[in-house]
Design a binder for this molecule. Sequence first.
Ligand code: GCB
Length: 607
Amino acid sequence: MLYPIENKSRAVMKLDGLWKFKIDDGSASSEHWETGFPDDAEELYVPASYNDQREDQKYRNHTGEAYYEKTFTVPGFFKGQRIFLRFDAVAHDSTVWLNGTVIMSHRGGFLPFEKDITGLITPGEEIRITVSCNNRVDHHTLPMGNEDGTAFFGSDNAQVPAVQMAKEHRGIVNLPNFDFFNYAGINRHVSVYTTPMEYIKDVTIVPELDGKDGVVHYSVEISSKEKANCHDSNIKVEVLDRGGSVVTGGTGAEGTLRIENARLWNPWPEDPYLYRLKVTFGDDEYTEEFGIRTVEVSGTKFLINGKPFYFKGFGKHEDFYISGRGINEGLNVKDISLLHWIGANSFRTSHYPYAEEMYRLCDREGIVIIDETPAVGIAGGGVVDPYTFPIKDYHKSILRDLVERDKNHPSVIMWSMGNEPDTENFPESAYDYWHELYEYTHELDPQNRPVTFVCCQNDYTRDIVTRTMDVVCINRYYGWYNLSGDLDSAIYAWNKELDFWEEQQKPVMVTEYGCDTLPGLHGTVAEMWTEEFQAEYYRRIDAEFDKRDFFMGEQCWAFADFGTIQGVYRADGNRKGVFTRERRPKMAAHFLKGRWEKIPNFGYKNN
Ligand code: GCB
């Protein structure tokens, strides 16, 4: 699905602003809120999560359905154009009505969905859209929640009601099996956009290198019923350089273009050079930025443009005060600027696909992304085989939609199919599940990027699937959740494990390691929760990574403190950020800056 852009043939009208909002007290369907919203509805800002916008426990801890309504007019001069209504993301499951008639439903909170509403509206006349969203998480959802009657797992993020109170005495409870606040609502932009009646539906770009030349394989999907054939001269493509000059071009729905002496896309601080593919079809025009860069795994190396890359960076969250998980482009700019400041080159979109604006920014700023699905929490506490839960087909559909959305971004260099599933207690089930998805993802991606998932701290000798991924990505908390505060033992455990991974002859990186740190808490001795401990933790563990040539990256957990479920392990959120939630550096940030500024993107290890 193409990102909506404005140009001479297309308009985008964002429906940002105040929307009517009301939590469903059980009467929404009998009272038909889609035909008329209750008078006591309040107003909330869209796009943003609803949870923290009003001082009310029922907003913060709501579980179930909530409704939004917006009345607006599509300008009369949109007449004659095709008109789409697009939601960039609504968390989690949603239904949309237009003037009281249901027009679409969507499952999942992190990917876009849209509807061609051309025949359903009259431009110039007021229309009303109603949106319901449901934030319930359970065994059918990704991210996954716990359900009554199953083992109660999770430690820090565990909640009490399931074990403390009999079911009949409590209301609906939501039991996320993940450690981030289950922010909900219309979290990303809603827009009405136009195209000409016959339009460009999709563009796929696959770059390759041939000596000094860039070779660009492209394909264009158009709206016409009859599929355009390769020589359809109605489809024109041009490659533009940064200055707007045409460097090459052609015609047809598919083809290969050659850019002589191409400028490559390389991660910051090198040159993340972008070309643009301008596609013209009839009255329509669409321009997609792309980079000439290749990515592949070879032995224990992760190669970008044929050179061994070392990942320096973080796992992140989309999370901020008030707006919750709502898109915040100012914050994105700040975060990328902090990544540059600290000398990082990458992050993982833990634990869900981020807003498209972030990927577009990273393309331009040269930040490398491991793109993750919302498959977090696929675990049954060692008691239940989570692979018996009904999610595989749904998980596949998410992979399909994710790859379709993000396939052209040069910044995206690897797919993460999920975070910390059970791979230890039901190893064969885990293998069957993840291998099917692994192969499926490879088939989906026109650029055939490396595919992985992120493995949790476990008995890695029992896990038979992590070692078969293109890159072994491990989350480890030696020195924090186990061997707490004892960095000598943590180093011993790390080395024992690294010896094991060395034998697997795979590229290995750490995608999470870290410790909760309260800014302003200091000690002359580095003890847990102090800023000194966090700095020491990274200093000591990183020194071990440097001794291993097969080890190709370090991503700290986490970039910044973030909101999560209250609990005995969490003081005002998860505090493992190297930056605070308001983006001030903790002491460890200065250590990492000193370290990472000395580590080059390429050729750091002799592998
Ligand atoms: C993990 C999870 C991450 C948590 C983190 C923690 O392993 O992947 O979502 O926030 O640990 O801080 O416990």
